[in-house]
Write a protein that binds this ligand. Sequence first.
Ligand SMILES: Cc1cc2nc3c(=O)[nH]c(=O)nc-3n(C[C@H](O)[C@H](O)[C@H](O)COP(=O)(O)OP(=O)(O)OC[C@H]3O[C@@H](n4cnc5c(N)ncnc54)[C@H](O)[C@@H]3O)c2cc1C
Ligand code: FES
Length: 278
Amino acid sequence: MFKVLEKDLLAENIYKMVVEAPLVAAKAKAGNFVIVRVSEVGERIPLTIAGNDPEKGTLTLIIQAVGKSTRDLASIPVGGMVKDVLGPLGSATEIGDAKRIIAVMGGIGVAPTLPLLRAYRKKGAEIVSIYGARNKDLYILQDEVAALSDELILVTDDGSSGLKGLVTDPLRERLASGEHFDLAIAIGPARMMQAASNVTKEFNLPTVVSLNSIMIDGTGMCGGCRVSINGETKFACVDGPDFDGHAVNFDELIIRQGYYRDEEEHSHACQSLGGEQA
Ligand SMILES: Cc1cc2nc3c(=O)[nH]c(=O)nc-3n(C[C@H](O)[C@H](O)[C@H](O)COP(=O)(O)OP(=O)(O)OC[C@H]3O[C@@H](n4cnc5c(N)ncnc54)[C@H](O)[C@@H]3O)c2cc1C
Ligand code: FES
């Protein structure tokens, strides 16, 4: 059992949770994730390790409560217990020698991006961040992103904060101006990663993405998380979740992400019904 030490609501349905998990915290590296179970019969929830403190023995998780399992997890109070926290899983990201980085993030993609920014920052890289949200109320951890960035460009769909438009607008503008970057990091919804990777490909800029394919065991055994990278089958849970954005078959990823939609909707409907009866 793993104790919840802190819980904060960051935006509607998005929580930051600090959990006591000393063994995982001691080994976690940027790019790793955990699989969490709320109870003995609970579903397995893959979550990025957004932060770890080896001395305190804690992990920071960012949870977007989108369905039954994430809502159950988010409902655990401070002092309550999580049944399982399995990890660190996945291949840690190789932190190279890139000196200038352009990081593009959207939605919950901030959680996997932050550890990469911290690691590159530690190596002295200069970072320009482009952070997109549908509207200003959906920004999370904006101060942390700003603290790790030399420049932060905010973009909202409705123009309620920063530029109005999509993250790919300032990305294209900066690259088209001839500004030099060694690496792009693009993490967020699959369509956003696909669009950002298409832009960076035009400018021949190496791009790292983090794939949130459906995961079950998280150990390379079930095949649930398989993705096509340059036409080759890879397992996001062990070969990733970070991959070369120019090599990912995003259309296939998006189709596979929807495989269990009927079951998820059923589970959501049952939970809503249970909630109404309670
Ligand atoms: C490597 C990785 C890291 C992730 N990191 C985070 C994170 O830091 N914060 C966060 O909020 N979410 C993260 N996710 C997504 C998170 O795991 C899902 O939102 C969660 O499992 C949804 O479960 P649910 O029962 O609440 O929702 P459901 O109603 O079951 O599903 C809602 C949506 O979540 C996705 N999903 C459902 N089950 C899984 C599964 N087993 N594996 C992956 N995706 C699933 C599907 O796209 C689905 O449409 C990550 C996923 C992966 C693969
Ligand atoms: S989650 Fe089963 S192989 Fe990756």
